[in-house]
Design a protein around this ligand. Structure first.
Ligand SMILES: C[S@@+](CC[C@H](N)C(=O)[O-])C[C@H]1O[C@@H](n2cnc3c(N)ncnc32)[C@H](O)[C@@H]1O
Length: 465
């Protein structure tokens, strides 16, 4: 299927147009314009350079984008320019396939990566962020001029970008933004129509979702944040910018959590007075949900730095948990629990809306590697469930090996556990997410009319008394 970069005539597109409308006036920050009388660096050019650094770091591998945020080219920028650089890099990552399709039609032979990066950064601005073409082109040419290895391509950069501006980008395919091996997997697992829905979902910047403490007036929070209340009481807002300045942040009445990420704890159904262990807890959205229910919660995670964010979130929301930095399977404690949550480490391919870099960072071998870890953690989690207790397993992956296949094998190994079928309407999940086994397979292409949600696999397993 072919469509122009801004076309998309499905209900998915309609939903995204609604989401776009919701965030009207919340466009990414504009970089500061350098004062020509100033002898210092050209700020607009520096921001574009930083965008290229972030983009290439994200393409290099897992964690690359986060690491690059601390590189001097990025961290030395003033706040709004840093935010602009990040927005450009994210836009380029989301539309990389389309951007390259457009460029490849104009380029007679492949230029060096540094030149392609300059062109990608410029097109991300003009095609996605609606940066005026004159600003994107002139900064691209200045960037090319700066380095010995890109200087010979200065005229090419200018000609290619001006040609695209003059003649238009031409037709592109949303599927081209997905790595081929993942597109082939998803086509085989979910079918062609769903693959198209996933590809369309991957092009768009998602809204921000918030979970609320119980007894908070959801409608009032939605109004204060120009948002809407979704099923399950998640607030969805198109606001952008520093969360710490949003109403309710200092009062700790909400925390950021995608609508789909809030479903596993609803399925776990924690109650006041129960004891619950969250096996892989950081940065803590689900721990906060459990703690807010009045249950007492133990939060385990092997990563101390990630647990620091969990502790900060607990402090801000006035909630409490016992926190241990330890691999959950090695936790030396004799307790068993009324309920166990295992939100296992995974490829995170279901989070491509928020983290487009996962599509580039994930390699085929990661799926099998992580499936081994999940298998081990599931067995350790099962040992912590009291007779009559419950275990919720979830992953934000779209890969069957990390979801359905794990649970089929687990139930074979552990006859004391049975699936407790989910009721989507009770847990704020799309109806079409329910599998014939009673598990939830949430896809980013679902709820398209509301702007989508992250992909998750979720199963609740009850231990017979
Ligand atoms: C999907 S994230 C958890 C997200 C978290 N539940 C939330 O809602 O914010 C997976 C977590 O598993 C942790 N992890 C990986 N291996 C682990 C292990 N063996 N034991 C405990 N935690 C582990 C990672 O550090 C990571 O924080």
């Amino acid at each position: 299927m072919t469509r122009g970069p801004d076309q998309g005539r499905s209900s998915a597109a309609r939903g995204r147009r609604m989401a776009d409308k919701a965030r009207a006036g919340t466009r990414p920050p504009k970089p500061r314009v350098a004062d020509p009388r100033d002898d210092g660096p050209d700020i607009g050019v520096e921001a574009r350079l930083a965008a290229g650094v972030l983009l290439n770091a994200a393409l290099e591998g897992r964690g690359g984008l986060d690491t690059a945020l601390s590189f001097r080219e990025v961290s030395d920028l003033p706040g709004p320019d840093r935010a602009f650089a990040r927005a450009v890099a994210m836009a380029a990552l989301r539309r990389l396939g389309e951007i390259d399709q457009i460029l490849d039609r104009k380029l007679q032979k492949a230029p060096p990566l540094a030149v392609r990066t300059i062109l990608r950064v410029a097109l991300a601005q003009t095609l996605v962020l609606e940066t005026p073409a004159f600003a994107a082109v002139s900064t691209a040419v200045k960037l090319a001029e700066r380095e010995t290895k890109t200087r010979p391509y200065k005229n090419l950069v200018n000609a290619v970008l001006r040609g695209i501006e003059r003649e238009g980008p031409g037709l592109t395919t949303a599927e081209s933004n997905l790595p081929e091996w993942l597109a082939a997997r998803w086509r085989a697992t979910y079918g062609e129509a769903t693959l198209t829905g996933l590809a369309l979902a991957a092009r768009e910047e998602p809204s921000t979702d918030l979970s609320l403490k119980p007894d908070v007036d959801a409608a009032a929070v939605a109004e204060a944040l120009d948002g809407e209340v979704l099923a399950g009481n998640t607030i969805r807002t198109g606001r952008r910018g520093d969360l710490a300045t949003w109403p309710g942040f200092d009062d700790g009445i909400w925390w950021v959590q995608d609508a789909a990420a809030a479903v596993p704890v609803r399925l776990l159904a924690p109650k006041a007075g129960e004891s619950i262990v969250d096996f892989c807890a950081a940065p803590g959205g689900k721990t906060l949900q459990i703690a807010a229910s009045g249950a007492s919660v133990v939060a385990l995670d092997r990563s101390a730095p990630r647990l620091k964010r969990l502790t900060e979130n607990l402090q801000r929301t006035g909630l409490s948990a016992e926190v241990f930095a330890v691999p959950a399977e090695d936790w030396d404690d004799p307790r068993t629990f009324d309920a166990v949550l295992l939100d296992a480490p995974c490829t995170a391919t279901g989070t491509f809306r928020r983290n487009p870099e996962v599509l580039r960072a994930t390699k085929p071998a990661d799926v099998a590697k992580l499936a081994d870890v999940q298998h081990r953690l599931l067995d350790a989690a099962a040992e912590r469930v009291k007779p009559g207790g419950r275990l919720v397993y979830c992953v934000c992956s779209l890969e069957r090996e990390e979801g359905e296949t794990q649970i089929i094998a687990f139930l074979r190994r552990n006859p004391a556990f049975r699936t407790a079928p989910a009721v989507p309407a009770e847990v704020g999940a799309p109806d079409e997410a329910l599998t014939s086994e009673g598990w939830l397979r949430i896809l980013p292409s679902m709820w398209a009319e509301k702007g989508g949600l992250d992909g998750f696999f979720i199963a609740r397993l009850d231990r017979v008394a």
